[in-house]
Design a protein around this ligand. Structure first.
Ligand code: ZN
Length: 411
């Protein structure tokens, strides 16, 4: 659909989006989302959007003004990001920098060439590139640089809290010690926390297409780093790789007080979501797109207040929902399921957090209140300490309440 061509009344006078926070380093490195002209490479969507389905920036006009207002509004909403793979934030520029640091030869001549190659048919096609790029992450400072670069971008998006996934096995099998990965990520996250005031948690994911015994060894490592790791998850190729064999590990993690989450219902069927809920016993479901097809399950998600961490641009890029206009996010939201919006692997899927909000606003005809609800859901579904959560919810109410009439996006 086309967004309203009139300036949405609820967004009138929307404050200028927060600039890159002080100390953000080179401002040119801070994406400002699709509204950031400096980031829009010629011939590409803004914000480095690369996949074929990305809309090209349209001509200046009412629709653009409406989108800019929504983008500014979403930036101002205090938000948490709960489905973000830190390795999936590896932008081509940093990939080249790290490759030079280690003398790694890349199959692309330039970052732009690499970006252009980030087009995928399906999840496996993406995973092949994702894992190949990890070869440049070797030393503690590489992981630090990766995490710090991401928090700089998250801060520019108005994200206040991040629960970041990482894939220990993807590094262990390359001979990179667990401590190198964790300490490096924590260095970068703490640096970002100091600079931008963002809080964070780390969630270690088991790779569902690797042996359970290997994941059990990872869990032992994770339990030794409870000081900085708050949860465990399950990711990688879903098709033909059921989650059930990992159930004992999830039970053990929960007994140790860790949050448990799992990817389910992304490329897998609705049974995969049931398995995550009933066999793995997760507290949040990552993606959960397939759940929308089962009214009984939707009811259960609502009744039990199980959050879904949905990632619209990822779903479009990987063909889970090639047409975002058919994405179930709005239906689930209307059904009362605590849906959240997230960016998954933003360096690969054409957009960071605000880009994802704006994409669903446009494709699903969301209103202002829907955007506020999505932000509120993200805070409520997070591991934020109660005091901080209350503060951010109060701030959200203030931002949501300003502007005359709070008209739902002029619709
Ligand atoms: Zn994911």
């Amino acid at each position: 659909m086309t967004p309203s061509t009139s300036q949405p009344p609820g967004f009138q006078g929307a404050d200028a989006p927060p600039e890159a926070p002080a100390g953000a380093g080179d401002p040119a490195e801070v994406p400002t989302g699709a509204g950031g002209p400096a980031q829009a490479a010629p011939g590409k969507g803004a914000a480095g959007q690369t996949h074929g389905a990305s809309p090209a920036p349209g001509p200046a006009g009412g629709a653009d003004a409406a989108e800019a207002a929504v983008r500014a509004f979403v930036r101002r909403l205090p938000k948490a990001e709960l489905h973000l793979h830190i390795e999936g934030t590896l932008e081509p520029e940093l990939l080249f920098e790290l490759a030079a640091r280690h003398g790694v030869r890349l199959p692309w001549a330039t970052p732009d060439e690499c970006r252009a190659a980030r087009r995928f048919r399906d999840l496996q096609g993406f995973l092949d590139q994702y894992y190949a790029a990890l070869d440049v992450l070797r030393r503690r400072e590489d992981f630090r640089d990766l995490a710090a670069a991401f928090l700089r971008r998250a801060a520019a998006d108005g994200t206040r809290h991040v629960e970041a996934f990482f894939d220990p096995q993807a590094h262990l099998i390359r001979g990179i010690p667990f401590a190198t990965v964790v300490d490096g990520l924590v260095d970068g996250l703490r640096e970002g926390e100091r600079r931008y005031g963002l809080s964070w948690r780390l969630i270690a994911c088991f790779l569902r297409d690797r042996p359970v015994a290997e994941a059990a060894e990872v869990l032992d490592l994770v339990l030794g780093r409870r000081d900085v790791i708050a949860g465990v998850g399950l990711d990688s190729a879903e098709r033909d790789h059921p989650g059930a064999p990992f159930a004992p590990l999830f039970a053990r993690a929960r007994q140790a007080g860790l949050l448990t989450v799992a990817h389910a219902g992304e490329e897998g069927p609705v049974d995969s979501v049931r398995e995550a809920l009933h066999v793995l016993g997760v507290q949040r479901v990552d993606h959960g797109v397939a759940a929308a097809g089962d009214p009984v399950l939707v009811n259960e998600l609502r009744e039990r207040r199980v959050p879904l961490t949905m990632c619209p641009l990822s779903n479009r890029a990987l063909g889970v929902t090639p047409d975002l206009g058919r994405h179930p996010l709005k239906r689930l939201l209307e059904a009362g399921v605590p849906v959240t919006v997230n960016s998954d692997d933003p360096a690969y899927f054409g957009g960071y957090l605000v880009d994802n909000y704006v994409a669903v606003w446009e494709a699903l005809d969301l209103g202002r209140e829907d955007l506020v609800t999505l932000a509120r859901n993200s805070l409520e579904a997070s591991l934020l300490p109660a005091d901080r959560r209350r503060e951010l919810l109060e701030e959200l109410a203030r931002v949501a309440g300003d502007g005359p009439g709070a008209d739902p996006v002029g619709r």
